[in-house]
Ligand binder design. Structure first.
Ligand SMILES: *Cc1c(COP(=O)(O)O)cnc(C)c1O
Length: 437
């Protein structure tokens, strides 16, 4: 590592500076903080106009973060393998000609988590593939992360995946995707909330004896290897919207742990044409309340229809607060809105009627925020709704509202036919430690 190389440091300032691949391997920093780059790399934005495919665009955007790192020579191959599906920015017809949806649900598990999970798997494959002792990746999931990580790492012999998910709080099709794997994937159904699952993962990491024994790593969005690749679709989409409309794209992002939102913030910080960023939260309103009051008050999560966003203590807030230490600075960068379940249902019905669009409950929070903008705001900027999951993952919610059956993507259909494997556990570290034996 030379002095000019980009380094990564902990948000809590108590860990040595390391390279990106070390940060990817560690997940959480040893002081309990989250890794952040010490500076933003320079990117030549005008040179992107000749780039076409998502892997190409991603390579150019991410290259600077890998300066001096041993993964850098592999970055092109990693991205070709990981991003082998599209992330189209499609016009929402019947609205203005300046409303778009960024469709992030065309991957193997039909939610945006596939981008980060697949990038992480390909990266770790190159860092860990010849290790003699397998790595254990612990994943707390509110519904979509676990499936995406399992799909990305299934049958890779150098790794064991342990999924912790909250019993009764994920959709039936999500649960199927969390439990249909077997082999090197262990699914733990925790009698608790998503926050309990997330806490158990943190406790396991900080338990030195356990951590050494199992060689823990993380695939949650605390891992920088999940966040960095997610910038790629904001880069591609913002350039496309600028090409079509001549203006910067403003994004409305369904938010939970803020990993997806953080990637948009970084894409804008790199100089790509991203305008406003609005976070759409469900009834878990910790972030909207914080932006309003200035008091950071994490709280227990409450279950909602948009379950993958049921987060009361969003982990990436620590990164955001490191990047924007004052509330005023953060308010300049972001705004946040909360949307309750009744409104989510109503929005799914309205937009199906008016635009013929089928939204999942998460995407519907973003559609609702758009509907609540003033006429001037809608006229003055092109807006992009970030469509985070395919509605067919939440068929039991969406179909009764729109009154027609949803087509199931082939990849999802295949997973729905596999048998389930899971273990029921109480929400204690002791129980998790025993299950790891
Ligand atoms: C995970 C998830 C979210 C929330 O994303 P964060 O990065 O945690 O903010 C939103 N929608 C869907 C469908 C998800 O799976």
């Amino acid at each position: 590592m030379s002095d000019s190389d980009l380094k990564f440091v902990s948000s809590r300032g108590g860990a040595p500076a390391i390279t990106v691949s070390e940060a990817i391997q560690q997940g959480l920093a040893p002081d309990g903080g989250l890794y952040l780059p010490t500076r933003m790399p320079h990117v030549d934005v005008p040179s992107f106009k000749d780039l076409k495919s998502l892997p190409e665009i991603a390579h150019a955007a991410l290259d600077g973060f890998f300066e001096g790192d041993r993964l850098r020579p592999h970055l092109g191959a990693i991205l070709d393998a990981a991003f082998n599906f599209e992330a189209p920015t499609t016009p929402v017809k019947g609205a203005t000609d300046r409303l778009f949806a960024l469709e992030l649900f065309h991957g193997p598990t039909a939610a945006f988590k596939d981008f980060g999970a697949r990038f992480l798997a390909e990266s770790l494959q190159r860092l860990e593939g010849s290790a003699t002792r397998p790595l254990t990746i612990l994943v707390a999931t509110s519904g979509d992360t676990g499936g995406a990580v399992a799909a990305a790492f299934h049958l890779r012999p150098w790794v064991r995946i342990v999924i912790l998910y909250p019993k009764g709080l994920v959709s039936p099709r999500q649960e199927q995707q969390l439990t249909c794997w077997g082999d090197n994937v262990i699914s733990l159904r925790i009698d608790g909330s998503f926050d309990d699952c997330q806490r158990l993962v943190k406790e396991a990491f900080l338990d030195v004896k356990l951590a050494l024994k199992h060689r823990f790593s993380s695939a949650n969005s605390i891992n920088i290897g999940r966040l960095l690749p997610q910038m790629s679709y904001y880069v591609a989409s913002s350039l496309e919207v600028e090409r079509r409309t001549g203006a910067k794209a403003s994004y409305i992002i369904p938010a939970g742990n803020l990993g997806n939102a953080f990637a948009a913030v970084w894409a804008r910080a790199l100089g790509f044409p991203v305008g406003r960023i609005i976070l759409a939260h469900n009834a878990n309103r910790t972030v909207p309340d914080y932006l309003q009051s200035g008091d950071w008050k994490p709280r227990p999560s409450v279950p909602t229809l948009a379950s993958a966003m049921d987060v009361g203590n969003p982990s990436n807030m620590e990164r955001l607060r490191t990047q924007y230490p004052t509330i005023e600075a953060m308010r300049e960068q972001l705004s946040a809105v909360t949307v309750d379940d009744a409104t989510i249902r109503a929005r799914i019905g309205e937009d199906f009627m008016h635009y013929g669009r089928e939204w999942c409950p998460h995407t519907a929070t973003a559609a609702e925020v758009y509907a609540g903008l003033s006429v001037e705001e809608r006229r003055d900027h092109p807006w992009v709704l970030v469509a985070t999951a395919h509605p067919a993952k939440f068929n039991e919610i969406v179909e009764p509202i729109i009154g027609v059956p949803l087509a199931v993507p082939d990849s999802l259909d295949r997973l729905l036919r596999l048998p389930r494997h899971f273990v029921d556990l109480p929400p204690t570290l002791q129980a998790v430690a025993a299950a790891l034996e």
